[in-house]
Design a protein around this ligand. Structure first.
Ligand SMILES: Cc1cc2nc3c(=O)[nH]c(=O)nc-3n(C[C@H](O)[C@H](O)[C@H](O)COP(=O)(O)OP(=O)(O)OC[C@H]3O[C@@H](n4cnc5c(N)ncnc54)[C@H](O)[C@@H]3O)c2cc1C
Length: 499
């Protein structure tokens, strides 16, 4: 029997760090949909924001910047927790072995990114996420109480009397696993768009399954579009040119090779990313061209190569030497501020169900995340979820109910082209600036696709799970966007009763 105290869906920073903070006497199962390091956490470049051993900075200043970026829509309680507890988790991951860059004097090097008033971003060159992910993974693999299942797709999750039942497709075998507590750490929704920086796993599975269980979903249409993805329209996953490149002095230029941010915002290239994305779209309307560039050629070439080795190498492979050439860029989907609504202990409205990381909505980001606050959010709130479970687990001596999932091995595979169609609809109706005239039509088409996937009898495999998740996510995003367009700004999608 696959019975666990806690099942965590997701092996990104949020899932791994929650496992690392759970009490060693709890039996834990970690699920990874595909290869263990294939996730958004591995892709993070810029770093982790936080005030740690930095007398000239303060959590209050960090909070102020977070509010400013978030349009003052931030939840005060969770923002307070985020900035005040940053030091706890930055210190802990250093103890776990994360190797942040240091200055010549031995102190940690803290870089600057858009929207931050102080140098407070801890980083490992320009590949902080991979350093964090692999370090957490190595630590988690050494935990005797934790099983890690790779290539294990959570296909469905049901609430039972004693907790939760998961239907998991591990390699080619269907397995049911049960737990007293469930933690959803399944990451973002980028793959609902044609162009995104997100990894292939980012199809919103946890959000869709939580929604189907009756969890409250909040602000799913608060989507961040990064202004400076490498402009290569031939691939779905757009390589990100981190904000830190602008932090180190790069200029944004239009199709005529002219700087233009001075016409829109006095913070120039270091305005928060949603502002910069909007400015690019406005400037493209003005010039009639989609061609934009990031230019750092005025900086010392050796500094550029040392500071951004991964970006330098990737661009060189694509035919651009960033020490000499302007880099073609354009906005693309990057991050989700909304998600499964949780309180400051990462609890959802469903008893025993927790959510953390990018799939969750803590409210700390407001309507726009401040750069490098998301890895921090993943760490702070996954630790708080684990601590909450630790404090309750001793009271839970119940057995394990098992839900009887129905599997039809002869059911047909989903029709091809559905995911492409969903992406096209999202790209044309809700990208950077919502297209009000297309929102209603987009929602009607998405509703049809969702209905077909929900009610049809299809083979339950990764393709089906991901298509159903994308349809559900698109449906909620467009429903919210339509409400905003019609002046109804209440964005709690479901009623969110306690379950
Ligand atoms: C290119 C890029 C650069 C970024 N740079 C930064 C940065 O510099 N600083 C910063 O703070 N943030 C950055 N971010 C954002 C940040 O990386 C993410 O928000 C964060 O890593 C999310 O972590 P997570 O653990 O929630 O999700 P992820 O790391 O995406 O992990 C999700 C996990 O869930 C699993 N999963 C999903 N669905 C299923 C399923 N059905 N069954 C089983 N498992 C499932 C996946 O396999 C994966 O293991 C960046 C993001 C991108 C894409």
């Amino acid at each position: 029997m696959n019975n666990y105290d806690v099942i965590i869906a997701g092996c990104g920073a949020a899932g791994l760090y929650s496992a690392l903070n759970l009490s060693p006497d709890l039996r834990v199962l970690l699920l990874s949909k595909r290869e263990l390091t294939l996730c958004n956490s591995s892709l993070a470049q810029g770093g982790i924001a936080g005030v740690y051993n930095s007398p000239e900075d303060s959590p209050e200043k960090h909070k102020h910047d977070t509010y400013l970026a978030g349009g003052y829509e931030n939840d005060p309680e969770s923002t307070d927790v985020l900035v005040k507890e940053a030091a706890i988790d930055i210190e802990r991951i250093i103890q776990l072995g994360v190797d942040f860059d240091k200055c010549d004097n031995g102190d940690y090097h803290r870089t600057l990114e858009g929207g931050h008033s102080m140098h407070r971003i801890f980083h490992h060159k320009d590949a902080t996420g991979f350093e964090l992910e692999t370090t957490l993974l190595e630590n988690a693999k050494n935990l005797p109480n934790v099983d890690i299942w790779e290539n294990a797709v959570m296909c469905d999750i049901k609430k039972t009397e004693t907790g939760f039942s998961f239907l998991i497709l591990k390699d080619d075998e269907y397995i049911t696993a049960n737990s007293h507590y469930a933690v959803l750490a399944t990451g973002g929704i980028g793959r609902v768009y044609e162009y995104t920086t997100n990894s292939a796993i980012a199809t919103g599975d946890g959000i869709a399954m939580a929604y189907n269980m009756g969890a409250e979903i909040k602000h799913l249409c608060y989507i961040q579009f990064h202004p400076t993805a490498f402009s290569n329209r031939n691939t779905r996953e757009c390589f990100l040119i981190t904000e830190a490149v602008r932090g180190e002095g790069a200029y944004l230029k239009n199709c005529n090779g002219e700087r233009f941010m001075q016409n829109y915002d006095k913070r120039l290239e270091l305005a928060p990313r949603d502002v910069v994305s909007h400015c690019i779209i406005f400037e493209s309307m003005k010039t009639g061209s989609d061609n934009f560039y990031l230019d750092i050629t005025h900086k010392d070439p050796e500094f550029i190569r040392q500071r951004f080795p991964m970006i330098y190498k990737n661009l060189l492979e694509a035919g651009y030497d960033m020490t000499k050439d302007m880099i073609p860029i354009y906005p693309c989907q990057h991050y989700l501020m909304g998600g499964i609504n949780v309180n400051t202990f990462a609890q959802t409205n469903i008893k025993g169900l927790y959510a953390c990381g990018e799939c969750s909505h803590t409210g700390a980001h407001g309507n726009n995340r401040l750069a490098s606050n998301s890895l921090l959010e993943a760490l702070v709130f996954s630790r708080r979820a684990a601590n909450d479970i630790n404090s309750k687990s001793k009271d839970n001596q119940n057995g394990f109910d098992e839900y009887d999932f129905k599997i039809d091995n002869n059911a047909p595979h989903i029709p091809t082209g559905l995911r492409t169609e969903i992406r096209k609809i999202m790209q044309s109706s809700y990208f950077v600036i919502p297209q009000v005239d297309k929102l209603k039509d987009g929602l009607a088409k998405i509703s049809e696709i969702k209905d077909m996937l929900d009610k049809g009898n299809y083979k339950i495999d990764r393709d089906y799970v991901e298509a159903r998740s994308l349809a559900t996510v698109a449906f909620i995003v467009l429903t919210e966007a339509n409400k905003i367009a019609s002046g109804n700004a209440e964005l709690i999608y479901s009623e969110g009763e306690e379950i």
